[in-house]
Design a binder for this molecule. Structure first.
Ligand SMILES: [Zn+2]
Length: 381
């Protein structure tokens, strides 16, 4: 049977009343599980339903009470959101899910959980010009690795948690993907990916120890970026083409993939339940940023925009898990969602997540209900 998850932020569930929300999602809509954000990047959200505050704003952090014993091996400790003072959101949500036999997964942003990079600037990622990130820590940093391992172990050992999903599992300088960074210059994914390459001390040290000429790789990225900035134009280069021409940079990227894979292997080992990887769907170039995808229990292919639904579906079918954006459940896209879920099931997808309860208007719950029902019929045929 198709597992149907809805993602949600903890504050939306708690402020509306977990029991009432779950009764509706489970009883009326047919949702079988929740994926709740627990390690959260900064967010400003206009809330769809009439709850207070109407605009929810958080600098991010973790939304549960960490058990300190899991973090003794790291100088990096979880930054706890002030919102959870006097609250036990994870415990309440887990109990409410268990009472209804719903599965509960938690989602953690590995690199850009809010305030971590600001609290620990020495663990932040650094771009090719040596500028540290205010948004993200570097997953090659040993303290960050130990922290993540503690977080996975802490969360996965709690009662009624069926899965831990890692989002933003990348070694990168995340500001490279912010639109306002580039002004009017319409720069493409290849340029952004190059500029997102991290050159922090940990990356330097570990890659050098692995025999990579990091200085040459860094110089290459600087030269390529300057050429693009001088021309003021996006190129039609692919990362593949750039790397096939540049051995030190290709070796640096290869080291990065190995580093991520070895971290992922350790996280799989410290996880006491299912470990999942949230992987944004992109047509190309992902092989240079992904770790070894055969490692975790499952890989969720995340589609950010309905436009590329067809190719995302076939990609998801290879991994068995799919996450769909809220835009696919809204208004005109409703019938598309119904078709997409059935098609996903036909292709072999066994589990679907739909984003995000607090951002979904009530009107979007009807297409979700139809899509789940229709997809189940496809399964039983
Ligand atoms: Zn780094």
């Amino acid at each position: 049977m198709l597992r149907a998850f809805l993602t949600a932020y903890p504050w939306d569930l708690i402020d509306e009343g977990v029991a009432a929300v779950l009764d509706r999602l489970h009883g009326e809509i047919g949702v079988t599980g929740l994926s709740v954000w627990i390690g959260v990047p900064p967010i400003v959200q206009l809330r769809v339903r009439e709850v207070r505050p109407r605009v929810y704003r958080t600098r991010g952090g973790v939304f549960f009470h960490p058990d300190e014993q899991h973090y003794t091996g790291s100088r990096c400790k979880p930054v706890v959101s002030t919102w959870i003072r006097g609250r036990q959101p994870l415990k309440h949500i887990a109990e409410a899910c268990a009472e209804r036999a719903m599965e509960l997964r938690v989602i953690v942003s590995a690199a850009i959980t809010g305030r971590l990079a600001q609290r620990y600037p020495e663990m932040a990622s650094k771009n090719v010009f040596g500028i540290e990130s205010h948004a993200g820590v570097c997953l090659a940093n040993p303290d960050v690795q130990a922290y993540l391992s503690g977080l996975v172990s802490d969360l996965s050992g709690r009662e009624n948690i069926a899965g831990v999903t890692l989002a933003d599992f990348e070694i990168a300088w995340p500001e490279a993907f912010q639109d306002d960074l580039w002004g009017a210059k319409p720069l493409g994914l290849t340029e952004r990916s190059l500029f997102a390459t991290c050159f922090c001390e940990s990356c330097h040290q570990h890659a050098t120890a692995a025999g990579v000429d990091v200085g040459m790789a860094q110089r290459s990225v600087q030269v390529i970026l300057q050429k693009i900035l001088d021309a003021g134009l996006a190129t039609d280069w692919t990362l593949d083409a750039v790397l096939s021409d540049d051995a030190p940079l290709a070796e640096y990227y290869h080291w990065r993939t190995e580093e991520l894979s070895s971290l992922l292997r350790r996280l799989v080992n410290s996880c006491k339940c299912e470990l999942l990887l949230d992987r944004p769907f992109a047509e190309a170039d992902r092989q240079h940023t992904d770790p070894d995808l055969s490692l975790p229990a499952a890989v969720i292919t995340r589609l950010d925009h309905p436009d590329r639904l067809g190719s995302a579906l076939s990609s998801a079918a290879r991994r068995n898990e799919l996450r769909l954006p809220e835009s696919l459940a809204i208004a005109a896209h409703g019938p598309e969602l119904v078709g997409a879920l059935s098609r996903a099931v036909e292709l072999g997808v066994t589990s679907v997540e739909i984003d995000n309860y607090g951002l979904l208007p009530d009107a979007a719950l009807t297409p979700i209900k139809q899509a789940i029902r229709f997809a189940r019929r496809t399964t039983s045929e």
